[in-house]
Write a protein that binds this ligand. Sequence first.
Ligand SMILES: Cc1cc2nc3c(=O)[nH]c(=O)nc-3n(C[C@H](O)[C@H](O)[C@H](O)COP(=O)(O)OP(=O)(O)OC[C@H]3O[C@@H](n4cnc5c(N)ncnc54)[C@H](O)[C@@H]3O)c2cc1C
Length: 461
Amino acid sequence: MGTKMRKLDVAIVGAGAAGIACGMKLLDKGNHNFMIYEKGRSYEKRYCPVDHGRTCMKCDGICNVISGFGGCIHYGDSVKLSVYPSGKRLYQLLGPDAYYSCLEFALEHFFRNRYLEFQMTEGNKITEMDVKDYGICSLDSGQVKEALRNSFDYLESNQCISLETVVKKIEKQEDGFFLTLQRTSGEETVYAAKVVIATGRDGVTWWKEMTGHLGVKAEPPVISLGFRFEMDKKYLTGIGERHPDLKLRFVKGGRKFKTFCFCAGKKGGKLKGENYGDFTLLDGHILLDKDEESGFANFALLMQLTHDRERMTYSQVVSRYIARYKKLGGYSGMPVFQNYSSFRNREDGSEQNGTSLASARPAAVWKLLEPEEHTMFCEVADEIIRWIMEFNGLHAGQIEEFGKKIYILGMEIESLWDTICLDEAMMTTVDGLYVTGDCAGLAQGIIPAAVSGVYVAEKIV
Ligand SMILES: Cc1cc2nc3c(=O)[nH]c(=O)nc-3n(C[C@H](O)[C@H](O)[C@H](O)COP(=O)(O)OP(=O)(O)OC[C@H]3O[C@@H](n4cnc5c(N)ncnc54)[C@H](O)[C@@H]3O)c2cc1C
């Protein structure tokens, strides 16, 4: 005799900030007939060899940095939380009242403190360049651990979370959905009246396939590509103290450039690897009072990608930049480095590894860009580096010498998700299918993810 199929009111796919916050709000509303399905491991089992000076081992196809309970919030890292005007498009969709009430819920229930103090940045006090200002607050690794442990305990005690469970496929039914789940023990099909997609970075390819399969209407993304700039933390921590998340903005040749994820806390910053199966991209983390100490700090410089002045599609990025990355130096898409002067002069890039990432390999990193992109990228980078030199009382004319102390590490890609067409409840064009967090393609970051998760839970039942 076959077992009866489980019937849920809501299935949430992914336990990052969006999925967790959505689940917590559903419980708060008294709804217990839902499940969060998360393909990755439990928060305590998210060991990353790169964090311990070793090479990325691909971890059986599930990257512990971007997958597992917490999603891209990795147990043991610190994070920066940014509020509106960061995540403007989400704020505009929700409106101020809903945005702030969902934010309050997320701060109180997920981050355990509704009174977290967000400080408005004042970029114009440190530079005349164009800076984006918004409210920001940092949580050290101890606070992040506590938030993840508490939210996991809450969801688990209500039997609403299933880890190491991949949602392989979603099929639309006349009324609701069938979800095919894959566990080590085998496959199972469940029914859910409504589905919330919260699959973030790890799910970028899967969600792309699902939008096609389910006929979800979407627009191409605005993808950015760039590199991490790593240097001795003494050059960046003074800036980080005055502005913890410096976002400088530039327009060059009709393209937008920005600095991103500035990682220069009291203890510096570290680099993170994110594995996507057959290639590994880079990201960064700030190190605060309670974290380990690093001699380095870093930030990313990203450039929006366009093709014939149009937005570049996901598959164009894969076939051009990711294909090049996978071939560069014969390293199969593993992180590479070059010092900035050598990158700028289009040299071979065979210097010794002076980065914090022991596994990074020397390469002609500049070859990842088109020649005209490389020229524009260096013009913007020069402007930033000269400013960093002046900030540190160095003569900006000596950029060639200073550039040898800066390492360019790659590759980093941001905002790969299509912008999903959503109604005011964040429902897609498929009835009953909702999307939250990064994969909605509206706003990237922990706070937008958590806020949108709470919002969808408010609207869905
Ligand atoms: C290294 C790093 C540092 C960052 N630092 C910051 C920071 O300091 N501040 C900030 O605001 N943002 C930061 N970000 C970005 C931020 O973490 C994300 O924007 C945010 O976590 C998005 O949340 P999410 O819930 O949308 O998705 P994610 O956090 O990406 O979670 C998605 C989850 O879905 C799961 N999943 C995917 N597909 C499936 C499937 N088919 N079945 C089941 N589960 C699936 C994944 O395993 C993952 O756990 C950082 C990102 C990285 C990678």
